[in-house]
Design a protein around this ligand. Structure first.
Ligand code: ZN
Length: 164
């Protein structure tokens, strides 16, 4: 178990920057992130590039939008009446709602603009269309517990954390 392969829990520190060099997210200063390799816990363009890395290895990975959070689909941007939202809902840029899709499935949408009468919602992920610049350092590698295997995701750094 000395390199990242499918089925192992890898524990990584990461910093994510956009194309402009702004830090969007980072594990620095906190716990490293455990993920189950090969289970799509992280974006595909990153997962692919981490295969074969060992503990202590560091890597810079550039992920194109189509291998990250997707390209921006203009059809997923819609203007809807304010009355489509519950009276007491906080509807302002950045608010997230679950909309019901045609098959009844929940679709997360983000509010990008809101006036008294209309609200613009965007079903694209906020990072859709972004090139993702990851700096990765591998901190740990371990076999998953049976429960983690069954769930398809790690339960904390050691596999013993309870669920949230
Ligand atoms: Zn679980």
């Amino acid at each position: 178990m000395d390199a990242i392969v499918d089925g192992l829990v890898a524990i990584i520190h990461y910093t994510l920057k956009n194309d402009a060099g702004e830090v969007l997210d980072s594990s620095k200063g906190g716990d490293a992130l455990p993920y189950l390799h090969g289970a799509s816990n992280i974006v595909p363009g990153l997962e692919r590039e981490l295969v074969g890395l060992a503990i202590g290895d560091a890597k810079e990975v550039l992920v194109q939008p189509e291998d990250g959070y997707g390209v921006v689909n203009p059809d997923m941007i819609q203007e809807v009446p304010r009355s489509a939202f519950p009276e007491d809902a906080e509807v302002e840029p950045g608010s997230q709602f679950m909309m019901e899709g045609e098959g009844g499935q929940g679709i997360p949408v983000w509010v990008t603009q809101a006036t008294e009468s209309t609200v613009t919602i965007d079903g694209n992920h906020p990072l859709a269309g972004e090139k993702l610049h990851f700096s990765i350092k591998v901190e740990g590698l371990r076999a998953p517990t049976d429960e983690e295997k069954a769930h398809g995701h790690p339960h904390g750094l050691t596999g013993t954390e309870s669920h949230h």
